[in-house]
Design a protein around this ligand. Structure first.
Ligand code: GLN
Length: 199
């Protein structure tokens, strides 16, 4: 999961305070993401309208409720600005409903089809110890989706019962669980690392 391009001189986790990361805040769990990023030394900005995307080094699309989030994106005319942001190559992390928003059926910037509430709507919340690229990662799933089908350029980073729950395509990392709720900071770290190489 190391960013592909070589890191620029002087950039990296020791310079995270130079990065401004946006957290989409139409609905859902945006505060915990902002807290996680600030804990790692980054500055954050709540994103509610297209102008909030200006000059960001990275973006988080949090969990929540994808139908409500879709309505918010339509209301604020955010779909095209969000697509442009992702296509600009800057790092984007989607979690749970955020994974759904990135998929083929929504923003269409991640080449995956996602099944909502895939683990069952009522009993679908659970914790699991994942093998995340060969390393253990404790994950909390809340009415989580899984990736049903994906294109060749999509890398699967973790699975539950054979279903992808963490994927990456270039500058987009998307997971079905909630890293912001467990103290797990590897994914937020990736975002800042990638912001370093994209800067
Ligand atoms: N079940 C929600 C949806 O389909 C996602 C749940 C979450 O983000 N924790 O939108």
């Amino acid at each position: 999961m190391t960013p592909r391009r070589a890191r620029g001189a002087g950039l990296g986790p020791d310079r995270t305070d130079e990065f401004l990361i946006g957290v989409l805040a139409l609905q859902g769990g945006f505060e915990a993401h902002a807290g996680a990023l600030e804990e790692l030394g980054a500055r954050t900005r709540i994103v509610r309208v297209p102008a909030d995307l200006e000059h960001l080094d990275g973006l988080v699309i949090p969990g929540g409720e994808s139908t409500t989030m879709t309505l918010g994106i339509e209301r604020e005319r955010l779909a095209e600005p969000l697509r442009e942001f992702v296509r600009s190559g800057r790092p984007t992390l989607g979690t749970c409903a955020g994974l759904i928003m990135l998929d083929r059926g929504h923003l269409g910037v991640l080449d995956v089809s996602v099944r909502r509430n895939a683990f069952g709507r009522q009993v679908g919340s659970f914790e699991a110890d994942l093998d995340f690229e060969g390393e253990p990662l404790h994950a909390v799933f809340i009415r989580a989706p899984w990736v049903e089908e994906h294109g060749e350029e999509v890398e699967v980073l973790a699975e539950v019962d054979g279903h992808p729950v963490a994927v990456r395509q270039d500058n987009v990392l998307a997971v079905a669980f909630h890293p912001e709720l467990t103290g797990e900071r590897r994914l937020h770290h990736w975002l800042l690392d990638y912001a370093g190489v994209a800067a």
